[in-house]
Write a protein that binds this ligand. Structure first.
Ligand SMILES: C[S@@+](CC[C@H](N)C(=O)[O-])C[C@H]1O[C@@H](n2cnc3c(N)ncnc32)[C@H](O)[C@@H]1O
Length: 284
């Protein structure tokens, strides 16, 4: 994996995370940040609420594998649907994910087919360092999921909320995010439907606190950097999709919020010389 250290973030930033043969997902634009976060946080246990085809879950797994961390991953999803067609699609998604996930990550990662509440009942309090909340997106659902899982968080945990930038009717993550992040260490990404990064507990590593305490100008650069790398990850995945995936219908991800191109020049110019040349090659 090609990675660099940038001046305002001490953990390495992956410029080209390995491309995994999974279906495209709205989440792919956050894959480079997932790699950075796992490196910075060094989580002992990762829990994801809402796995579906596995884009985000495998990003965490791949980061743990490539960094050689001693960590456990738990992906929770009901892979359920009310109608026959939906049930068939859910079975297919789970089988396809298992065929990739189990041999590659099965020694430290498991997929739990159950409800988020049932999985929480089995989880030790204070044992989760990284929680990704990506289930139903209504205000009530995301609030419920967070409240049920908050007692499971350790004293050095990060909680990620996907879709904080979606303000369509029915999506209430942005409202819950505004409430839960107020007055707490946090960082927001606007691209790829938005990702909220919430610091929880007094013992977060310095490398994570650097992000959560970034000054506005640094924060803009960090956003631009990860949006640009995320765009690149989405493009790569589309080009390198495994042939078996290309032959079956792939759900279209809604358009992503991309940084306008002048940002790229500004971003590249703001980096030290060695980073600049690598970044130029990567972002084109
Ligand atoms: C948006 S998708 C997850 C997307 C995934 N993180 C990705 O990277 O593409 C949400 C998933 O959460 C699951 N889900 C929602 N609420 C749930 C609950 N209470 N218990 C179990 N699964 C749930 C759904 O079955 C669905 O597969």
């Amino acid at each position: 994996m090609i990675s660099v250290t940038v001046p305002f973030l001490s953990a390495r930033v992956p410029l080209q995370p390995p491309s995994m043969p999974l279906r495209p997902s709205a989440w792919l634009g956050h894959e480079p940040f997932a790699f950075w976060l796992v490196d910075a946080l060094r989580p002992r246990r990762v829990v994801e609420l809402g796995v579906h085809h596995g884009a985000s879950f495998c990003a965490f797994g791949e980061a743990i594998l490539s960094l050689g961390l001693d960590a456990e991953c738990v992906g929770v999803d009901s892979w359920d649907a009310n109608d026959q067609a939906g049930r068939h699609a859910a079975e297919e998604a789970l089988a396809e994910l298992r065929s990739y996930h189990d041999p590659r990550y099965g020694h430290f990662s498991r997929l739990l087919r159950t409800s988020f509440d049932a999985a929480a009942a089995e989880m030790a309090p204070g044992s989760v360092d990284l929680l990704h909340v990506d289930g139903l997106h209504s205000y009530d659902a995301v609030r419920h999921d967070y409240e049920v899982w908050a007692p499971k968080l350790s004293d050095r945990a990060v909680v990620l909320f996907h879709d904080i930038a979606v303000v369509e009717r029915g999506f209430g993550v942005h409202r819950f995010w505004a409430e839960i992040s107020a007055g707490r260490p946090n960082f927001t990404f606007d691209h790829a439907h938005g990702l909220g990064v919430l610091g929880h507990g007094p013992n977060l590593p310095d490398s994570v606190m650097e992000l959560l305490a970034a000054e506005p100008v640094e924060a803009e650069r960090i956003r631009a950097l990860f949006a640009t790398l995320g765009e690149r990850a989405v493009r790569d995945r589309a080009q390198r999709a495994a042939p078996r995936m290309q032959s079956s219908p792939i759900p279209q991800a809604p358009p992503l919020v991309m940084p306008p191109s002048p940002w790229r020049d500004w971003l590249v110019r703001g980096m030290p010389r060695p980073v600049r040349s690598v970044l130029r090659r990567v972002v084109g």
